[in-house]
Design a protein around this ligand. Structure first.
Ligand code: GLC
Ligand code: CA
Length: 547
C-alpha cells in the first residue's frame, strides 16, 4: 500500500438507511431513496458512504441482526438496487463501505436454525453453546449489552447459547475455522461487487475467551484480523474501520499499524464514555468537561502521531446528535454546530459525518416511551422501571443519550415528516424539520451545510490538514480548545470557544492568528493582537507560512 492511502484525504458520510430517504411511501428508507440523494452527497464533497446494514434481517436491531449476508432486506430493495447504488456512487467518485456484522447473526440465519436443531448439526459449533451451571442456571454471570443475561437456554438441545446483544443475535464462534472461511468467502463476494471497504461492527468482540470471562480484546483477536486481511482485503486498497469500544491508543497501533496487516483504523469511544455515569452508564449523562475531553483528544492524536491512523467523529447511529451533546442546540445551534465541525475536521485522521449532522440536526424531545423504537432503549426502560426508576427519569436520560436521537428521519425539507416519506414514517420526525432541513441549508451560503462543504474541500487540497504534526495548547483552559498542525513551513492554528459566553484570552506567542483565514463561524476576522476576543462558540482556523 502506498504511504499516503486515499482515505487519508477522504471524508466519510454515514447513512442509516432506514431513516435516510423513503422512495415508495412505506415509511422506511430504502436504497432507491439513497440513490436519489447521490447528487446531494456529491455536492457535499464526501468520497465514501458508510452504509449501515441493508442485508436480509428480521430487524430486531434494525439490521444489525443479519439472516442472510448475501441478500438485501426487501424493505431496502434488491441486489440490483445495491449494484445501481455502487455504480451511481462510483460515477460521482464515492465508494460504498459495507457494515460487516460478524460477531453475531440473527437467530433466523440458516446457520443458527441448523445449529439449534440438534447438538450434532453441522453448524452447531458456529455458535457458542455451554451446559447449564450445576444449579441449572446460566453458565456465567455475563450480562447482555441490551439488558438481561447474555445466555439464553435452548430447550430442545438442553444448552445455553451466548448473545452479547439481543436474544435474537447469537454470537458466532470465531474459533471454528470453517465459520471463518465462510465469512471470508462472503467478504470476497461483496468485494467483487465493487465496494470500497468495510466498517466492522463490534469487531473487538470476535476474539473472546468466554470461559475466562473475556469478551472484548480477546487473546486471538489480532490473529483473526490478520487472517481476515490475508484472506480478503489485503493488497486491495480498501478502507477498513473497526468498531472497538475497548480500544486504547496502544491497541489502536495493533489494529492500524502500518505494517501490521490488519485495518486502516478503528473507531474508539473514549470521548463518548467519559461522559457516562460510572454505574448507570449513558442513561445518566454527566455534563461535558472540556478539559477531560481535550486530554482524550491529545492522548489519541499524540498516540497515533507516528503510526496508525485516527477516525474522527462526533456522532453515529448509536449516539446522540453532536450539536445537542457537545454544543448548544437552541440559542447557538448554528454557531456551535460549525464550531464542532471545525474542531474535528482539522484534527489528524479521517472524519466521519453522520447523516443530518451537516445541517445541525438535534436530539428529539420524545415525551413518552411509546415514541421510541430502539430495542436497547425499550429493554433498558423496562429494566430500570422494574428496578424502581420513574419512567420520566429514564426518558430524561434517553432524550440525552438514547440511540433514537440519531434515527429520526433525515430532514430534507419543511414538508410533512421533513420530506423523508410520503407515508407514515416508522419513527416520528423531529418537529424542528420546519426550519432545520436540507432545502433551507442549500439556499443559505452561511449555513452549517456550507461550512461542512468548505471543510471537506479543504481536506482534499491542504496536505498540512491531512498530515501536519498535531500540537495542543491551553490544555487546562476550561472553555477554549486550541491546537496547531505543522507540515514543512506551513502551520494551521485552530481556536474554539466551547461556551455560550464571550471570552478574552491572552494569546501565547506560539498561537498566531494572523494569516489566511481558512474558515470561521462568525462574519468578522479575528483581531490582530492579543488579547483575543472570542464570541460565543466562536471558532476559526488560520493558515500561516514561515517566510
Ligand atoms: C454496534 C452497532 C449497534 C448494534 C450493535 C450490535 O455497536 O453500532 O447499532 O446494535 O453493534 O450489532
Ligand atoms: Ca421505503
Amino acid at each position: 500500500m502506498s504511504s499516503n492511502p486515499w482515505w487519508q484525504h477522504a471524508t466519510v458520510y454515514q447513512i442509516y438507511p432506514r431513516s435516510f430517504a423513503d422512495s415508495n411511501g412505506d415509511g422506511v428508507g430504502d436504497i432507491p431513496g439513497i440513490i436519489s440523494k447521490l447528487d446531494y452527497l456529491q455536492h457535499l464533497g464526501i468520497e465514501v458512504i458508510w452504509l449501515s446494514p441493508v442485508f436480509a434481517s428480521p430487524m430486531d436491531d434494525n439490521g444489525y441482526d443479519i439472516s442472510d449476508y448475501q441478500d438485501i432486506a426487501p424493505e431496502f430493495g434488491t441486489l440490483a438496487d445495491f449494484d445501481r447504488l455502487v455504480a451511481g456512487a462510483k460515477a460521482r467518485n464515492i465508494g460504498i463501505l459495507l457494515d460487516l456484522v460478524v460477531n453475531h447473526t440473527s437467530d433466523e440465519h440458516r446457520w443458527f436454525i441448523d445449529a439449534r436443531a440438534s447438538r450434532q448439526s453441522a453448524c452447531r459449533d458456529y455458535y457458542i453453546w455451554r451446559d447449564p451451571a450445576p444449579d441449572g442456571g446460566v453458565p456465567t454471570p455475563l450480562q447482555s449489552t441490551f439488558g438481561g443475561p447474555a445466555w439464553t437456554f435452548d430447550l430442545a438441545t438442553g444448552q445455553y447459547y451466548l448473545h452479547q446483544f439481543s436474544t435474537r443475535q447469537p454470537d458466532l464462534n470465531w474459533e471454528n475455522p470453517k465459520l471463518r472461511a465462510e465469512i471470508y468467502a462472503m467478504m470476497n463476494w461483496w468485494q467483487q461487487r465493487g465496494i470500497a471497504g468495510f466498517r466492522m461492527d463490534v469487531i473487538d468482540l470476535i476474539g473472546k475467551d468466554i470461559d475466562h470471562g473475556i469478551t472484548a480484546d480477546g487473546p486471538r483477536l489480532h490473529d483473526y484480523l490478520q487472517e481476515m486481511h490475508r484472506e480478503t482485503f489485503g493488497g486491495k486498497d480498501l478502507l477498513t474501520v473497526g468498531e472497538a469500544w475497548s480500544a486504547t491508543p496502544d491497541s489502536a497501533l495493533l489494529y492500524s499499524g502500518r505494517d501490521r496487516g490488519e485495518l486502516s483504523m478503528v473507531f474508539q469511544f473514549e470521548h463518548v464514555t467519559q461522559q457516562w455515569h460510572e454505574t448507570w452508564g449513558k442513561w445518566q449523562p454527566k455534563s461535558f468537561d472540556l478539559v477531560a475531553f481535550k486530554r482524550v483528544v491529545d492522548r489519541w492524536q499524540y498516540g497515533l502521531a507516528e503510526d496508525g491512523w485516527n477516525s474522527l467523529f462526533w456522532g453515529n447511529h448509536d449516539l446522540p446528535r453532536a450539536v445537542s451533546k457537545y454544543g448548544d442546540d437552541t440559542r447557538y445551534r448554528v454557531e456551535s454546530a460549525k464550531m464542532l465541525a471545525t474542531v474535528l475536521h482539522f484534527l489528524r485522521g479521517t472524519p466521519y459525518v453522520y447523516q443530518g449532522e451537516e445541517i445541525g440536526m438535534t436530539n428529539v424531545p420524545f415525551a413518552s416511551i411509546a415514541q421510541y423504537r430502539d430495542i436497547e432503549t425499550l429493554n433498558m426502560h423496562r429494566q430500570h422501571v422494574a428496578a424502581g426508576l420513574p419512567s420520566t427519569d429514564f426518558i430524561f436520560g434517553a432524550n440525552a443519550n438514547g440511540r433514537d436521537n440519531a434515527r429520526t428521519p433525515m430532514q430534507w425539507s419543511a414538508a410533512p415528516h421533513g420530506g423523508f416519506t410520503n407515508g407514515t414514517p416508522w419513527i416520528e420526525a423531529n418537529p424542528n424539520h420546519a426550519t432545520i432541513n436540507v432545502a433551507a441549508s442549500l439556499a443559505d451560503d452561511t449555513s452549517i451545510l456550507a461550512h461542512y462543504r468548505r471543510l471537506i474541500a479543504l481536506r482534499k487540497t491542504l496536505p498540512v490538514m491531512r498530515l501536519g504534526r498535531y500540537q495542543s495548547h491551553l490544555q487546562s483552559h476550561p472553555t477554549v480548545m486550541a491546537y496547531t498542525r505543522d507540515l514543512a513551513d506551513e502551520r494551521i492554528t485552530v481556536l474554539a470557544n466551547f461556551s455560550p459566553s464571550p471570552i478574552t484570552l491572552d494569546l501565547p506567542v506560539e498561537l498566531n492568528t494572523q494569516g489566511e483565514l481558512l474558515t470561521s463561524n462568525y462574519p468578522h476576522t479575528p483581531a490582530a493582537d492579543s488579547p483575543l476576543h472570542l464570541a460565543p462558540y466562536e471558532s476559526f482556523a488560520v493558515l500561516t507560512k514561515d517566510s
